[in-house]
Design a protein. Structure first.
Lengths: 452, 469
């Protein structure tokens, strides 16, 4: 990292953070200031036209104090009264929860290329041009579509100072683009979207256009699938949006320690298909979730959660690690208004061996699911999911038959990941921080107005 | 020092007004709007036996929005030092997006100050007292069942002061409070974990979180009961929906489509949503309005300074109205409804629902179950989602109905509907209208959770797809 890790901070803001720490350190056993200085610049297209250009600046600080073994938190975006923030934090700490950890001191952090000049200097006019280009190209494929697009960049700075001498931070760029198509025929409405995110300006706009166009084309015909158990292929996008929440909860050290995770007590057990490996990698150069340290100042390092189907580790922040009596793993994540909690950086699934086209060819009768809706509303803790197939297709005898609608897909994430037919040979980055291949699950519940 | 401190005053009365109005002068734009917000909040969170977090937040920020030839620019910030620079940036952005004509429905400029009218002000309750009450609830949760594995309790109160000044002469200061609490019980048996939740909210009364011991204990018992309920079998069913889930149903099934920003630039959708079109049976009446008093989605002015009202959306089963911002109203040639809402100063206003409800019907609840050979009674909500045509709404608790009677409990009941069929499939509307507990919120365009209210009587709906194995 740079000689002055906090050199990116505006001078006034840095002075404020240092003043807060100084005041708090005199009154608390331990004190820590977490500062965020970010600027986000998105442009928005709606119904084929540029609608809005925005700039969002955020500057705020959280103060954590530990007094007599109890923790308190206060946060502010009013940065004119450091003493007030300190008084608020000390006042709530008197009632705070008990903690038994020490904040980490200064450390050697891995050096990571997180700030990219091409991303930082991507101007709104260039985003507008890229957005217009995507929409024009998509309309050339199908002139009846109404397209939405979002393009934007963020430059985010994180600063962490504590009473044990830590004064570290980093600045990170990220860019993103999404493209959506709306197609209405009669009372039939189709919405398809794709998105990409990256730390550097290497977005593939042409790929977004081609992917959306292909998914629209495959949806030209609508069919009704039977109500039955059948094999279902989840695209990388569907895995990330539908199945991830249950996995994130199951490996969360806090839920494990409480015994609420279905994987609690199962370290070393073969809980998943032996072809499945899962690593949280905060050092992945392509992942937008990367960082040299977590939000508590613990150096970041990759953590293998699943190795060939065997549960190998859970992830912890400082507090939870102390409760569970294990070393912290560098997974303390936080926003401005709350204490850190265990959270992942970049979740990387191992790829399998089967090309996607071959998976589809091998289906006698099954679904390909790309977007689901409402699947989060259920007992995700136990891995149960039941969601509307928002964009999905029926495949029969290896052929794409058409789009399915008014159809639900249901199952259990843990059972599904223990009973996999095929894993795709290509893992893709989804949402910028998940790298995942397509999966073909042996048997999920499909319910529709079609006959059982 | 007492932690429930005095509200932080930024600048009082005239000084703030002068500052905002001065900043708005002398720019070249079709319309400018400046909002400032000060927020003070308290959070208490329990996990398991312990209080895990006590937090206080003092937030201040603002935003400007500029309209130039149909294009919008928006800038949000935390430092209020240099408002004119932010305005200039927003205008520059709007020029980049300018490729048409600026159209906003005309409204009378409003100058007003709206103070929060609180039944019981959460700021007046000492933090120690809030903690003591939550300690009791956590005890009640743990005592409710031997199967309890862990609990989560979250309490949050917010007091917000908002200022709005526009280039058209509107200047409004509004105060708003918000109190929410949620209680989660996780029960475990072997490798099976089940959870139940209660969440409540109010814009005016700390009292909603008081005297909940019995309701909280019931959450633990519900989690335990789910351990022995079997997963529902997927398929198509006739369902009886309780008023709380029916409120979520109307929000998802119809409310979102009535937001005009989905339709105003989509000619084909406009054809599908033409006023006068039939969507449901003659007994169906749907309304939305922030002028409904004392609900969590209630307010006097929206974030464009338009006065709140109650808007009929469906009357006699026929589409009669929709929800607007000034822009969507102008572009569709309809009247403003006061539904432009922003989650905070970090966001532009979008067309949002407020308090959305199905008006009372005439059928006694017990008659709704009669002659259902096999169906499901679905109770309370885990949430829902819509893409405008298809939607989902998930039940927190569900029982099979067999031959008109309640039978065994089932779990994992998520229901799917389609706008163009499901409202027409409402077979009966109960006579027991009830507002929901309002603890959740609505998400749209990355702005979540926005406080909303929902309400309905019991409904009976046929031919609903339910997910399951």
């Amino acid at each position: 990292m740079a000689t002055d890790d906090l050199g990116f901070l505006d001078r006034d803001f840095r002075a404020y953070l240092e003043q807060v720490l100084d005041l708090a350190s005199r009154r608390a056993d331990q004190a820590e200031v977490f500062g965020v200085q970010s600027i986000h610049t998105p442009v928005t297209f709606e119904a084929n036209r540029l609608k809005l250009v925005e700039t969002k600046e955020t500057r705020g600080a959280s103060l954590r104090v530990i007094v007599g073994g109890k923790v308190g938190l206060a946060s502010a975006t009013r940065l004119d009264a450091p003493q007030d923030l300190v008084e608020e934090a000390l006042a709530v700490a008197r009632l705070g929860g008990p903690v038994a950890y020490e904040l980490p001191g200064a450390a050697a952090f891995p050096s990571l290329p997180l700030y990219h000049e091409d991303a930082a200097s991507w101007e709104p006019a260039a985003m507008v041009e890229a957005g217009r280009g995507m929409i024009a190209a998509l309309l050339e494929e199908n002139g009846e579509l109404l397209c939405d697009a979002h393009l934007g960049k963020s430059v985010e700075g994180i600063a962490l100072l504590n009473s044990r001498g830590l004064a570290a931070g980093y600045q990170k760029t990220s860019v993103g683009a999404s493209l959506g198509a709306n197609w209405i025929r009669g009372t039939d409405i189709l919405n398809v979207w794709e998105e990409e995110a990256s730390l550097r300006l290497d977005l593939d706009f042409g790929n977004l256009v081609r992917t959306v166009a292909e998914k629209v084309r495959l949806a030209e015909r609508t069919v009704v699938p039977p109500t039955a158990q059948m094999p279902v292929i989840f695209t990388p996008k569907a895995v990330a949006s539908t199945l991830l929440e249950s996995l994130e909860m199951a490996f969360n050290g806090k839920l494990v320690w409480e015994g609420a995770s279905p994987l609690a007590g199962r370290l070393g057990e073969q809980a998943f298909d032996p072809r499945l490996s899962l690593v949280d990698d905060p050092l992945a150069e392509e992942g937008v979730g990367s960082s040299p340290m977590d939000d508590e100042g613990v150096p970041a390092r990759p953590l293998t959660l699943v190795e060939r189907g065997v549960v190998r580790a859970f992830y912890y922040d400082l507090h939870t690690a102390a409760l569970a009596g294990v070393p912290p793993t560098g997974h303390g994540r936080r926003g401005l208004g709350a204490l850190p909690a265990p959270g992942l950086s970049n979740l990387v699934f191992s790829a399998g061996e089967t090309p996607f086209a071959e998976m589809v060819r091998n289906l006698k009768q099954g679904l390909v699911v790309d977007q689901t809706m409402g699947a989060w509303a259920g007992n995700t803790l136990a891995g149960e999911f039941s969601g509307n197939v928002h964009l999905g297709y029926l495949v029969e005898n290896g052929e794409w038959v058409g789009r399915v609608k008014d159809t639900m897909v249901a199952g259990n994430v843990f059972q599904a990941l223990a009973d996999i037919l095929y894993i795709g040979d290509q893992a893709e980055w989804v949402q910028g921080s998940v790298r995942v291949p397509p999966f073909c699950f042996r048997s999920l519940g499909v319910a529709s107005k079609g006959r059982a | 020092m007492e932690s429930a401190s005095e509200p932080v005053a930024l600048e009082e009365g005239e000084e703030m007004r002068n500052r905002l109005e001065d900043a708005l002068k002398g720019h070249q734009a079709d319309y400018l709007e400046l909002r400032v917000e000060e927020v003070e909040s308290t959070t208490l969170r329990y996990r398991g036996r312990e209080l895990e977090e006590v937090g206080r937040t003092l937030s201040r920020g603002g935003c400007v929005r500029a309209l130039v030839h149909g294009g919008w620019g928006f800038v949000s910030f935390n430092s209020l030092e240099d408002l004119r620079t932010f305005l200039a940036l927003a205008i520059e952005e709007a020029r980049l997006a300018a490729e048409g004509e600026s159209r906003l429905q005309e409204v009378e400029p409003v100058v007003d100050v709206v103070r929060a009218d609180l039944v019981k002000d959460p700021r007046a309750v000492p933090l120690e007292q809030k903690k003591a009450l939550l300690d009791e609830y956590n005890e009640a949760l743990w005592a409710s069942s031997p199967k309890i594995q862990t609990t989560v309790i979250r309490y949050h109160d917010v007091f917000r002061r908002k200022w709005l000044a526009t280039s058209e002469g509107t200047y409004i200061e509004q105060e708003r409070a918000d109190v929410t609490a949620s209680f989660v019980a996780v029960a475990r048996e072997g490798n099976d974990v089940q959870q139940a939740t209660l969440s409540l909210g109010s814009a005016e009364d700390y009292g909603i979180v008081e005297n909940l011991h019995e309701q909280v204990a019931d959450v633990g018992r519900q989690a335990e009961a789910l351990l022995t309920a079997r997963p529902v079998k997927g398929g198509t069913y006739t369902v009886v929906v309780d008023p709380i889930l029916a409120g979520v149903f109307v929000h998802e099934a119809f409310g979102h489509l009535s937001e005009a920003d989905h339709v105003y630039e989509n000619p084909r959708l406009q054809e599908l949503m033409v006023l006068g079109k039939r969507f449901g049976p003659p007994e169906l009446h749907i309304y939305d309005g922030a002028a409904v008093p004392h609900r969590r989605g209630s307010y006097k002015y929206d974030d464009e300074g338009v006065p709140a009202q109650v808007t009929p959306l469906v009357e006699g089963g026929v589409l009669v109205g929709r929800l607007h911002s000034r822009e969507t109203a102008a572009k569709m040639g309809e009247r403003v409804t006061g539904n432009a809402r922003a989650l905070s100063y970090r966001y532009r206003p979008l067309v949002r629902m407020t308090n959305t409800y199905i008006a009372n019907g005439t059928v006694p609840k017990e008659d709704l179950f009669a002659d259902i050979r096999e169906g499901i009674y679905v109770i309370r909500s885990l949430g829902g989602q819509t893409d405008v045509e298809m939607f989902t709404f998930a039940a927190a608790q569900a029982f099979m109905i067999r031959n008109g009677r309640l039978a065994e409990q089932v779990r994992g009941v998520n229901l799917s509907g389609n706008l163009f069929e499901t409202l027409m499939n409402i077979e009966a509307i109960g006579n027991d209208f009830q507002w929901g507990p309002e603890g959740g919120g609505c998400g749209k365009g990355g702005q979540s959770p926005l406080p909303v209210g929902t309400g309905s009587p019991h409904l009976r709906i046929r031919n609903v797809v339910v997910g399951g194995e």
